[in-house]
Structures are given as structure tokens and as C-alpha cells.
Design a protein around this ligand. Structure first.
Ligand code: ATP
Length: 875
């Protein structure tokens, strides 16, 4: 039995020689170990490290994938192993097992594995080891570049890197846009591991003088197919051209497309293809249960509401095809108060808000996240129970990524896909081809809660919400219209009016491209074999539209290449899921801020989102609608350029092409501008004044009084401008204004006449009073004369009196003329003077003038004597 038996002699006694030999061997081994330790202690640290690195590197070649079950089975540095252990990562997943060894050996790797299978660590571990091997320090500059398609994914990767790499001394940075470029530029040069989005990276390459990647050791492309789908093919090419040729490249994704293989050919050297689930029965996690339901478009909102009501304790993600749908339905659902926290994540939010929502949803145990496809890839929200695909994904790959947000790393999860009857056949077929096991389930009609009436009442009270509903409507129709796969997405089969009603709208908004499409006779008619009926095919695009798109796309691309405004990612901030008004207001503000920020933001800051991209090409189809919110955001998304079968390469040489008719820049008419303003729902500042009675008088903008409110409503709900009606309305307005003006003038004249009359009355009153005074004076003097006899001394000096009377009379006259002036009586005639009558002074003067000299019949001397006598006798 083993060792004891060996040490015994033939009689079963222990053999002392053998025992001694064993002891001696052990002892000498211990001694040599001690010696080595002593030697090492004398060595400088760097030397010890270098030796352990060389030992590790020697072991790289000995890696046997089949023997590996734990991270510690790989020859990894102590620092990395410690980081992994501290983060509770011990056992390796299949993709980690198969790729880490290859990457350690310095090979280029193209790795594909199901969602949630641990691809992030599959590249982060080799990243850390690569720099450790080289004893990288901050002075060595950029060593590893990790490119992610979305900001959230980059952020998430950065967080995992921080966790597992915390024992290393490298510096790591996250460059994803949404922040000050200068601020980033100051720090970028000291970063050893840079996690970034492609747009922002290229911008730094173009604009940050001190940024260079000449020392780069490793490039990692996470979700590479998504990066390409988002329209970053050219950006990626430009980035790769700026990188040193001698480097290692790792490329990972859950799905592989032809474009990824093209990129791999371009950027990888003799890559090792690792597709761990290639032979698996299904391409989705085994723990994921997947179902679909078929329902009419107009039922979808009620289905969603009913679903949420019955999953109040769960954590769910609901995927929509456009930002505007998320924006509208988020608000509406907050108001509906289903009894669960609602959050929104889409490409039109500010970066900070996006991060807030991301973190909040990570933390929550039960909540629902309304999201566009920016949340479809790579995001690792813990413990998501349900993924509900409210709108059909554009293809099976998108479905796989969306559904993969649940059932991650050995967890369970459920996915529910909502399909329209017209989408069912094509989509289910595609999914089965991609090895996605989906089963149909049916809605229990008794559990369906109809919310249409509630939505109608919300919209009746809230004009802003109504605008959002209209935009949501157009945006959804457009997203269907722009889908590549016309077998699945047929806009002509959509129940348009019913859909509008289901959103709470009384009338379906005008959708220009639909009208245009309906006017055009279908190009291809297919004879149905069964019924020999002529059926139109799914709508196809006209050459003009293709041309127009081409021109538009070229323009965008050239702007992008020049570093102009980047269309890609009008990213969004999550609306906080709490259903209170404050939240909504906050989001409104943010949206506004976001627009402002976007205007300032440099072109290549962020990454596009799927939802947005779907909307992008619509800019030419229904430009005003697009322009209304955030222009470029929508443009660059996934597969957009393939919508018309265009190759990106064609876009590289736009100048050489003859400018097509449609490529000529449209002149911006006033009507277009007005429409834009209408669509933006700008609220112009109002100055409101009040009459003395307290009625408000709106001065600006002038109130339209001639048109009834109903008519306005009707007009508004159509969502466009009817020029004839507008003219009629203006004419009516004009008439109304003229009538108003006339009334005002008449009122003014009447007022003037009344004033004049009043003034005349006043003047005559005053004259009458003066006359009375004069008469009284004269009466008194007569009386006096009668009572006391004649007293010449009491008589005024006739000369004095005359002059003063004259001046008085002048004064009076002046006064009169003043009064007259005031009364506006400029002409004076006799009759008027008569009317006014003589003044009292005049009358006085007249009286004095009429007094006859007293004839005593005496001589002058006798008269004098008589007067003196009289005076003496009086005194
Ligand atoms: N070795 C491991 N041990 C334990 N957990 C792991 C291990 N590797 C990864 N995980 C966990 O599995 C989850 C999914 O990992 P990861 O996000 O890397 O998946 P993925 O393959 O990149 O998914 P996707 O394709 O959706 O991006 C994460 O929560 C991660 O923490």
C-alpha cells in the first residue's frame, strides 16, 4: 500500500536505509527551496516578476483546452487571478475556455457564442495578461483598444475591466462621447486600456493632437457585427488604418454576419475562428423559453398594458422599433399607472440620464424598461425575467440579441415576441432557420384590458402628448416602410386608421411617403396562382427615392468623414420610470437640453442606435417629420444603407457622381419652415395683457378669432398644412381684422365728438357764470348810486379802466381762444362769438361807455365849486 509498503523490509519491518534516503530527499528539496527563496529575496522585484512572466509564457504553449475548467488552470498572472476570484469568477465558460488560451498565445481570434455566455471575460483576461507580459506602464501610452457599438456596452465593459483588473497598475479610460472633448483629450494620452465607441475614437484620432496609437498591442472589437450594422464600416476602416499593423486583434459577437467576416478579413491576421455553439441545437440559451403571439396592430398597446398588469413583480425589457414610440408610450404608461416602475432608454436621451436609467434598472428587482435596440446588444442587466419584443425585430439576429437580455449565464428567462398577422409567416420562418425555437401562444381575451379610451382622454387634455402620439404614429409607420425584408414588413397591410385610434388619436396623421406610395401605381403586379387575382407586392421604392436616399446618404457620409455633425447617435437618457409628473417634466427639459447639447456636440461623439437608424432614411421621405427631433440621430443605423441595396463603397466617391435631380438641395421655403415649427410644437412666448375689466387680451401671437376652435382641431389632427384652407382662413382673418379696425375708428370718432360737445358745454357754462357776475356787479353799483347819491371818487379812472379793461378783455379773449383751441375750434366767426357772448369786462366797458356827462347848466368854474362844496358837506 503505497509508500509505507516500500519502506518495509522483507520481514515487514521498516527498512532504515530506505527511510533515510526518503528523508534525505525531502530534506534536500526543502533546502534547495529555501536557497532559492533566499536568492529571490535578494533579487529586485522586477526581476522576480520577469522570471514569473517568462515561466507563464513558457506554459502558454502547453495549454490544453480539454483540461481547463477553472481560470486558475490557465497560466495567468497572480494579479489577474486574484481579481477574478474577488469578483467570484472561478469556473470558465465554454467561450472563455476556448479563446483565452489562443489569445494568450498571441493569435487573432474571431469568437462567437450565445448571448450571456461570458464573451466579455473571454477578451478582458487576455487584455490584462498582454499588458502584464510587457510590464506596461502609463508612460508606454495606449496599449489596448476596446471598441463597443454603444455607450452602455462600453460602460459595462469598462466596469468589468475595473473589477477584474483592479490589482494591476494599468490605467484604463472610457471614451464614449457625451462629455467634453477637451477634458477627454487631456487625459487620453495617459490611458493604457481604452474602452470606447467608434465615433468618439475617430474624433480623437482626428482632433486630439497628443493622441496616438503607435504602441498599440491589442485591438478588441466587441459586437463587431453591430458596429458595422450601425453604419460604422467607414469609421472602422479609418480607425484601423490609424493603428499599427503589428498588433493582435480579437473580435467577438453572439451572431456572425457576412460583414463581420469581411471585417475579419480586413483586420485579423490568420484568425482562429471559435464558434462554440455552432453545432448546438439552438442558437439561443437553453434556459430561455421563447414564445410569440399574433395580434392586430391596434391591440398591441392593450396587450402590453395587460402583460404588465399581470407581471408586476417581474423585471422586464420591452423593445420598440423607434425612439418616438418609446417616448410616447413611456409617458402614456406612466399615466396609466400599471403598478410597476417604468423606465425608458433610447437614443435621444442625454448621456447622464442614460447612465442613470441603466444603473437604476440594474438595481431594481421589479421594473419594466422601455427601450430601443440600443439596449439590445451586450447589456447585462441582472435577473431580467422577461423580454418582450413589442415591435417585430428587423431580422433573426436582432431577435436573438434582444431575447438574450434574459436567461444569461445559467439563469432562466422568458421571451415574448408580438407579431402582426402579416409578419408571422416570414419572421417565424427566419427564426426557425436561425435555430431559434419559438412557439405560438394565444392571448386570453378575458384578461385583455382595453386602454384606448384612456389614451383618448389623455390626448384630449394634453396637446403635447397628442403631438407625441402623432410622431409615434409616423415613426412606427416609417420604420415598417424602411425595413429591408419586404416579405415580413408590408406597410400596405397595416390598419392605419385603427392604429391611430389605438394610440388615442382621433384622426390618423398625414404620412407623406404613404400618400406618395399610394398615388404611384404598384410597379410589380403578381398574379396569385390560387385565385388568379392581381395582387400588389409589398411596396418597393422608386428610383427617385433611391437616388434621393443615395444623395442624402452621401452627404451624411461626407459630413461624417470630414468630421462634421455625426448622425449616428442621438442617444438618449432614460426617463426615470416613476410615474410622476416631475419625471416627465424632467425628461422634457432633458430632451430640450439634449437638443442643445447635440447642436454643440461634435460630430463623432456617440454611437447610433438601431431604433434611431431606422428612422434615419426617413429624413428624405418625410423630412420635416425627421427634422423635428434631432436630425441626425436616426440616420445612421443598422442596415440602413442596405435598405436600398446600396454598398457603402459607393458612398465614398460622391463627388464623382453626376448630381441627381433629387440630390439638389431643396430650397427651404417658408411653408416648410412653418411646418417645421408646427411639428416641433414650439411654444412662442406670449404677452398677455388685461383690460380694465380684467379680461385677458392676447396681443402676441395674435389670436385667430375668425376660425372656430373645431376647425382648428381638425386641422391640427391631420398633422400638416392644407394651403387652400390656410388661404381661406387668412382671407377670413383679413376680413375680420378690417371689420375690427373700422369699429375701432368709429369708436374713436364718437369719442371725439362727445369730447367736443362736452367742451362746448363747459365753455357756455363758464360764460354764463361770468355774465351773471358782471350783472351782479352792475346791479350793486346802481343800488349804491341810488342809496348814497353820486360819488365821483368811487368812479374809476376812465383811462386806467380803459387800459385795464382792454388788457382784461385781451386775457379773456386769450382764454376763450385757448378754450376754443382745446375744443378744436380753430375757425372763429361772428356767430360763434355771439354764441360765446361778450365777457363781463366787455359788458362793463360797454356800460361805462354809454354813461352821459352830467349837464348842470353851470360854467366849468361853477361846476368845480359845486363839486368841492358837495365833497366838503359829505365829509
Ligand atoms: N466564468 C464566469 N463565471 C461566472 N459568471 C460569469 C462568467 N463569465 C461570465 N459570467 C457572467 O455571465 C454574464 C454574461 O456575461 P457576458 O456579458 O460577458 O456575456 P456575453 O456573452 O458577452 O453576452 P452578450 O452576447 O449578450 O453580450 C455576466 O453577468 C457575467 O458576470
Amino acid at each position: 500500500m503505497g509508500k509505507t509498503a516500500d519502506c518495509r523490509g522483507p520481514e515487514g519491518r521498516p527498512d532504515p536505509v530506505r527511510s533515510f534516503n526518503r528523508w534525505k530527499k525531502k530534506h534536500s528539496h526543502k533546502q534547495s527551496q529555501k536557497k532559492q527563496l533566499r536568492k529571490q529575496l535578494k533579487k529586485p522585484e522586477w526581476q522576480v516578476e520577469r522570471e514569473s512572466i517568462s515561466r507563464l509564457m513558457q506554459n502558454y504553449e502547453k495549454i490544453n483546452v480539454n483540461e481547463i475548467t477553472r481560470f486558475s488552470d490557465f497560466p495567468l498572472s497572480k494579479k489577474t487571478l486574484k481579481g477574478l476570484q474577488e469578483a467570484q469568477y472561478r469556473l470558465v465558460t465554454e467561450i472563455q475556455k476556448q479563446t483565452i488560451g489562443l489569445a494568450l498565445q498571441g493569435k487573432d481570434v474571431l469568437g462567437a457564442a450565445k448571448t450571456g455566455s461570458g464573451k466579455t471575460l473571454a477578451f478582458l483576461v487576455p487584455v490584462l495578461e498582454a499588458l502584464y507580459r510587457l510590464q506596461w506602464t502609463s508612460t508606454d501610452g495606449l496599449g489596448v483598444l476596446i471598441i463597443s457599438p454603444t455607450r452602455e456596452l462600453a460602460y459595462q465593459t469598462f466596469e468589468v475591466l475595473r473589477k477584474v483588473g483592479k490589482n494591476h497598475d494599468f490605467s484604463a479610460g472610457l471614451i464614449i462621447g457625451g462629455k467634453d472633448l477637451k477634458h477627454e483629450a487631456e487625459r487620453i494620452n495617459n490611458i493604457n486600456i481604452l474602452v470606447c465607441t467608434p465615433g468618439r475614437l475617430l474624433q480623437h484620432m482626428d482632433e486630439t493632437i497628443c493622441f496616438h496609437a503607435t504602441n498599440l498591442q491589442m485591438l478588441v472589437l466587441d459586437e463587431a457585427d453591430r458596429i458595422l450594422d450601425m453604419g460604422f464600416a467607414d469609421t472602422m476602416n479609418a480607425i484601423i488604418e490609424n493603428l499599427p499593423k503589428k498588433r493582435q486583434t480579437l473580435l467577438f459577437s453572439a451572431t456572425q454576419t457576412k460583414s463581420v467576416k469581411d471585417l475579419a478579413r480586413l483586420s485579423l491576421k490568420n484568425p482562429e475562428y471559435v464558434w462554440v455553439h455552432e453545432k448546438a441545437k439552438y442558437s439561443t440559451p437553453a434556459t430561455l423559453e421563447q414564445n410569440y403571439i399574433v395580434c392586430e396592430l391596434q391591440q398591441k398597446i392593450s396587450v402590453l398594458y395587460s402583460f404588465l398588469r399581470s407581471h408586476l413583480k417581474k423585471k422586464s425589457i420591452v423593445f420598440f422599433s423607434s425612439c418616438k414610440e418609446v417616448q410616447y408610450l413611456y409617458r402614456v404608461f406612466c399615466r396609466l399607472r400599471p403598478g410597476i416602475s417604468i423606465l425608458a432608454l433610447h437614443g435621444r436621451q442625454q448621456q447622464m440620464r442614460r447612465m442613470e436609467v441603466y444603473n437604476e434598472f440594474v438595481r431594481k428587482k421589479a421594473a419594466v424598461l422601455f427601450a430601443t435596440d440600443i439596449a439590445a446588444r451586450g447589456l447585462d442587466f441582472p435577473a431580467v425575467n422577461w423580454v418582450l419584443q413589442f415591435d417585430c425585430p428587423e431580422d433573426a439576429n436582432t431577435y436573438i440579441h434582444r431575447a438574450g437580455r434574459t436567461a444569461r449565464y445559467k439563469e432562466d428567462g422568458e421571451a415574448l415576441l408580438i407579431l402582426l398577422p402579416s409578419e408571422e409567416k416570414g419572421m417565424v420562418q427566419q427564426l426557425l432557420q436561425k435555430k431559434v425555437p419559438v412557439k405560438e401562444i394565444r392571448i386570453n381575451p378575458e384578461k385583455l384590458i382595453d386602454v384606448q379610451k384612456k389614451l383618448e382622454s389623455f390626448l384630449a387634455q394634453d396637446q403635447d402628448l397628442k403631438g407625441r402620439a402623432q410622431r409615434c404614429f409616423v415613426s412606427y409607420i416609417r420604420s415598417v416602410y424602411l425595413m429591408k425584408d419586404k416579405e415580413i414588413f408590408d406597410v400596405s397591410k397595416l390598419p392605419i386608421p385603427e392604429y391611430a385610434l389605438s394610440l388615442g388619436l382621433a384622426v390618423a396623421p398625414r404620412v407623406r411617403f404613404l400618400q406618395k406610395m399610394q398615388k404611384q401605381p404598384p410597379k410589380e403586379l403578381v398574379v396569385s396562382q390560387d385565385h388568379k387575382q392581381i395582387e400588389p407586392r409589398a411596396p418597393s421604392l422608386t428610383n427617385d427615392e433611391v437616388e434621393e436616399f443615395r444623395a442624402y446618404f452621401n452627404e451624411k457620409m461626407s459630413i461624417l468623414q470630414k468630421g462634421g455633425k455625426r448622425p449616428e447617435e442621438t442617444e438618449c437618457t432614460p426617463g426615470k420610470g416613476i410615474s410622476d409628473e416631475e419625471e416627465e417634466e424632467k425628461e422634457d427639459e432633458e430632451e430640450m437640453e439634449e437638443k442643445l447639447a447635440k447642436a454643440k456636440e461634435s460630430p463623432l461623439q456617440s454611437v447610433p442606435s438601431t431604433g434611431e437608424s431606422k428612422e434615419a432614411p426617413g429624413q428624405f421621405l418625410d423630412r420635416d417629420e425627421d427634422e423635428d427631433d434631432g436630425h441626425d440621430a436616426d440616420f445612421f443605423t443598422v442596415k440602413r444603407h442596405n435598405v436600398f441595396g446600396l454598398d457603402l463603397k459607393e458612398n465614398k466617391t460622391p463627388q464623382k457622381k453626376e448630381p441627381s435631380k433629387s440630390s439638389v438641395k431643396k430650397k427651404v421655403t417658408k411653408v416648410a419652415e412653418a411646418k417645421k415649427v408646427m411639428k416641433r410644437n414650439f411654444k412662442v412666448n406670449k404677452k398677455i395683457t388685461f383690460t380694465e375689466e380684467g379680461e385677458s387680451v392676447q396681443q402676441w401671437p395674435q389670436m385667430q378669432k375668425s376660425v372656430s376652435k373645431d376647425a382648428e382641431e381638425e386641422e391640427d389632427s391631420t398633422g400638416g398644412i392644407n394651403l387652400d384652407k390656410a388661404k381661406e382662413r387668412l382671407q377670413e382673418e383679413d376680413k375680420f381684422d378690417k371689420e375690427e379696425y373700422r369699429k375701432k375708428i368709429r369708436a374713436k370718432h364718437r369719442e371725439k365728438r362727445l369730447k367736443e360737445r362736452e367742451a362746448r358745454r363747459e365753455a357756455s357754462k363758464r360764460q354764463a357764470k361770468a355774465r351773471d357776475e358782471e350783472e351782479a356787479f352792475l346791479d350793486w353799483s346802481d343800488d349804491d348810486d341810488d342809496d348814497d347819491g353820486f360819488d365821483p371818487s368811487t368812479l374809476p379812472d376812465p383811462d386806467k379802466y380803459r387800459s385795464s379793461a382792454e388788457s382784461d378783455s385781451d386775457d379773456t379773449e386769450n382764454k376763450i381762444s385757448d378754450t376754443k383751441k382745446k375744443q378744436g375750434m380753430r375757425k372763429r366767426n361772428n356767430s360763434e362769438v355771439e354764441d360765446v357772448g361778450p365777457t363781463s369786462r366787455n359788458r362793463k366797458k360797454a356800460k361805462w361807455e354809454t354813461l352821459e356827462p352830467l349837464d348842470t347848466g353851470l360854467s366849468l368854474a361853477e361846476d368845480e365849486e359845486l363839486v368841492l362844496h358837495l365833497l366838503k358837506s359829505q365829509s
